[in-house]
Write a protein that binds this ligand. Structure first.
Ligand code: NDP
Length: 295
């Protein structure tokens, strides 16, 4: 079984980001900048934000942590976001989720334009991704596409099954695979006889948030398995995925481990998105929202 190692892909792509960020700095006298907004003191969010800031430093991006108390009112939050939107030097903004309950129902797109949406979570960006007209996409599914490209797994014509239909992983994953000419089946908690779908698939992306719920018997021999699940704290020891990875050896053709598979590519794609948005704002690449090659 081939191990699809997200750390290797990540290292290679981060070297390219560093080179492009350096070139950007020499042309425009500043580095691409990501503002990371964190509301409250959610423990896991603190770790994620720290990792994102550190990753920015490593690839020559400027970052700004904007920490706001969980008691922030709606109008204050709006003012703060408008300030970042108006700031000429801020290219990308991400709002670390989850937000405190009184802000949770907010439509982020009310405060965040697609032009600065580094995570790709606003409906405006998602709509463009769905329409096949965005260069950036939510980080996890886009990162998976990068892993597949690195390992030369061409999905055109394959039957891909995506398990999970969230707006940040499952749905955009199904759109990106569809755009890459895969035949896609999107499964979720109401799917009857999930195994009958996953066992037919050439490639399965599992993003159900259910620890270890799929194993060898759920996959076709020779298929490719991408495990998005992340259970435990962060990317370190004791972390595991939705798939019982140890059962896959000698059965599937290739699979991503947890940790060290999809996780590292999620942050790397955030860095790539920030760079793309910065380049678009400086009109290096025409815009982050131009149509892709017509299908
Ligand atoms: P959500 O909880 O938002 O969505 C989970 C999806 O899985 C839902 O669509 C749900 O169906 C479906 N589902 C749940 N149980 C089953 C089941 N038994 N059979 C089939 N489908 C099921 O999760 P996310 O999409 O945000 O994340 C999924 C997982 O990926 C989590 O473990 C999360 O921690 C991880 N993750 C990892 C990242 C990384 O960088 N590695 C990044 C983002 C997420 P329904 O819609 O019907 O409820």
């Amino acid at each position: 079984m081939r191990i699809l190692d997200g750390r290797i892909v990540s290292k290679e792509r981060r070297a390219k980001i560093l080179a492009r960020a350096t070139e950007f700095r020499s042309r425009f006298g500043r580095s691409p900048k990501l503002a990371v907004v964190i509301v409250g003191d959610h423990l896991a969010s603190q770790v994620y934000v720290r990792n994102k800031i550190k990753a920015c430093q490593e690839v020559g991006l400027t970052s700004q942590k904007v920490a706001i108390p969980s008691t922030v009112g709606l109008s204050q939050f709006k003012d703060l976001m408008s300030g970042l939107e108006a700031d000429e030097e801020t290219d990308g903004i991400l709002v670390q989720l989850p937000l405190p309950s009184h802000l949770r129902e907010l439509d982020l797109g009310e405060f965040l334009s697609a032009a600065k949406d580094a995570d790709g979570f606003t409906y405006a960006t998602l709509g463009k991704v769905g329409a096949g007209r965005s260069r950036i996409a939510p980080c996890t599914p886009q990162g998976i596409m990068s892993i597949l490209a690195h390992y030369q797994i061409a999905v055109a014509g394959l039957h891909c099954v995506v398990v999970g239909r969230s707006l940040i992983v499952g749905k955009p994953m199904s759109w990106l695979l569809t755009d890459a000419s895969a035949t896609v089946t999107l499964c979720h908690s109401r799917t009857k006889d999930l195994r009958s779908f996953t066992r037919q698939a050439d490639l399965v992306v599992v993003a159900a948030g259910q620890q270890g719920f799929l194993g060898r018997e759920d996959f076709r021999q020779g298929s490719v398995v991408i495990d998005v699940g992340m259970h435990g704290s962060g990317e370190g020891k004791g972390v595991c995925g939705d798939v019982r990875f140890a059962e896959l050896a000698g059965w599937v053709e290739a699979a991503t481990p947890v940790p060290g598979g999809v996780g590292p590519m999620t942050i790397t794609t955030l860095l790539e998105n920030t760079l793309l948005l910065a380049e678009a704002r400086q009109a290096i690449s025409s815009t982050a929202e131009v149509p892709k090659e017509p299908r």
